[in-house]
Ligand binder design. Structure first.
Ligand SMILES: [Zn+2]
Length: 221
């Protein structure tokens, strides 16, 4: 019993000194950052469960919202930001933007900026074009609204019925600074979140924000 007390006292001192140094214990474990992204929300059907799973597993992510859904479910946009997530623009109606005129692309992007802002999600600085499809017209409109285009380094394949283990394995391929594509609606993505957290932690990687300056994952802040 005395040995245990001594051990506990020592452990408490170690924790106290870490806190005193101003460095959260979690930060010391991060040798790099990755950008987890969840597209196509928000919704009443999927957003609450995804946010709960992310919070319970200590993960933060970027949610690329469609404007039409931000307008329909503004409380879920606020829930995303309240849960510590970052909110990006994923167009208003999810069209193939490369087949649209500049005016149509402008409408898709600007209405989504307004819908997310009106919902309380702030003004997005990140844009993911639907299907990852982009061209000079899309990029000129992104620039007009100060948006950084974010495609992805790794595709989880969750949109194509990837298994839980395949989604986890895709996350395990991420290296420092990289971004992975996921969606808020596949059941397997929700199921994969605890294992994603464990595989990242085992490699010293933490879930970070995507820098509007570089489009790369960096420390939150
Ligand atoms: Zn999408």
């Amino acid at each position: 019993m005395r040995r245990l007390s001594t051990f506990l006292a020592t452990a408490a001192l170690a924790v106290a000194s870490t806190i005193a140094a101003g460095a959260p214990a979690q930060a010391a474990a991060c040798s790099g950052y990755v950008g987890l992204t969840f597209d196509d929300g928000p919704s009443n059907a999927h957003t609450p469960a995804i946010l709960n799973a992310l919070r319970q597993n200590g993960l933060r992510a970027t949610m690329f919202n469609e404007g039409q859904y931000a307008a329909a479910y503004p409380a879920q946009v606020r829930a995303q930001t309240s849960a510590g997530m970052w909110v990006g623009n994923h167009s208003y109606t999810h069209p193939h933007l490369t087949q649209q005129s500049q005016a149509q692309v402008d409408s898709e992007i600007s209405r989504t900026q307004q819908a997310i802002s009106a919902a309380g999600g702030g003004t997005p600085r990140l844009f993911r074009p639907p299907y990852g499809e982009t061209n000079a017209t899309v990029q000129s409109v992104e620039a007009k609204y100060g948006l950084r285009q974010v495609i992805w380094d790794v595709d989880s394949g969750d949109w194509n019925n990837a298994s839980v283990s395949a989604i986890v394995a895709a996350n395990a391929r991420l290296t420092n600074g990289q971004v992975i594509l996921m969606h808020e609606w596949p059941a397997n993505t929700l199921s994969a979140i605890p294992q994603i957290a464990r595989t990242l932690a085992s490699r010293g990687l933490c879930a970070g924000m995507i820098s509007p300056q570089t489009g790369r994952a960096v420390a939150p802040g």
